[in-house]
Every structure is written in C-alpha cells, then in structure tokens.
Design a protein around this ligand. Structure first.
Ligand code: ZN
Ligand code: ZN
Length: 179
C-alpha cells in the first residue's frame, strides 16, 4: 500500500511531501473558494488538478464543466501558504467573479432534480413561483424546457438545488448578457 509520506509532488519546480500540500480552488477573481487534502484517506492520492476538480465536485459532469467555464483554477500549495492566505473572504463585485442572474419578479430558480429520483439533470431553471410544489401541472421553464412526465414538481429546496448549475438558456431568457 502506498503511504502518503512517501509521495512527493512538484510545486514551483521543487518536490514537496504530499502531506504538506493541499489543493486549492482559485475563483476567477483570484480568491480561494475551496481547499482539500491531497490524500483522500482511501488510498487515493490526487496527483493532478483534473483529478482534484473531479473529486471536489463529486465527479458530476455538469458541475465540472461549469467550474471550468467559470474559470476556477485548481492548484497545489502548502498548508502554511493556505493558512496565511485564508479562505472565503471574497469581497469582490461580483462575488467570486461570477455574475448571478436573478430570476424576474414572480419567478424563481428551481429544479425538478431529486437525489432520490433516478436520472438527474443537475440543472436549475427559472419558473413561475406558482409552479413550486405543484403536482397537478407540468409547468415549463422560462427557456421552454418541460419536466419529464414522471418528474417531481419544481423545488427551491437547497437539498435539491445544491448540486445543480444554472440553465444558460434561462439566463439568456432572463436578459443576461454574456461576453
Ligand atoms: Zn474574490
Ligand atoms: Zn432553462
């Protein structure tokens, strides 16, 4: 079995013990918005930024793709460097360098995804508030997409929204302008 103390990774051209290092996520604005150990404790050692991103984001394709699109960069630094720089104090405008598209009045970002329900889309869409929890009608989203026949009603519960990304077509329909 590999032991972490015997693994060295290259940082700034020098070998550093993996146990002295952590992966950090640098948001577009330059602030650190995530950190994790290099050793996952199960024999896995995350030796590339690609593996680190996938592990941090639960291997969920839609979220990994959005992370890349949003310009998040994964890099190795020492725990000492990490402690010195700090985490989660982004005061940039917009926060983390990401413009959040607000739903128009009377509408909300919601999802039909449930962790307990079969195939996930990992997307949230903009729907009228009246669609929330409505089992009677399959309300279409602002982008025109309709839930599948067996989908549960639209929800704004954080447990359901947690691992979803915004629908780009809904953002555009809500008036978002992208560079
Ligand atoms: Zn920032
Ligand atoms: Zn949509």
């Amino acid at each position: 079995m590999r032991t972490l103390s015997s693994i060295y990774l290259e940082v700034d051209g020098k070998p550093v013990k993996a146990s002295d290092l952590c992966w950090i996520v640098r948001a577009k604005c330059g602030c650190i918005d995530g950190a994790m150990t290099v050793d996952r404790g199960d024999g896995d050692v995350l030796i590339t930024a690609e593996l680190a991103r996938s592990s941090m984001l639960g291997g969920i394709k839609a979220i990994i793709e959005r992370s890349i699109e949003d310009g998040e960069v994964y890099s190795l630094i020492t725990w000492d460097q990490y402690r010195a720089e700090g985490f989660g104090n982004c005061t940039h405008e917009p926060k983390w360098g990401i413009v959040k598209v607000a739903a128009p009045t009377g509408q909300v970002w919601a999802t039909t995804d449930r962790w307990s329900h079969g195939r996930r889309t990992h997307k949230r869409h903009i729907v009228p508030e009246s669609a929330l929890g409505d089992y009677g009608v399959q309300h279409p989203a602002l982008c025109g997409s309709k839930p599948t026949r067996i989908a549960p009603p639209w929800s704004v519960d954080q447990n359901n929204l947690g691992d979803t990304v915004t629908c780009r077509r809904c953002e555009t329909a809500a008036g978002a302008v992208r560079p």
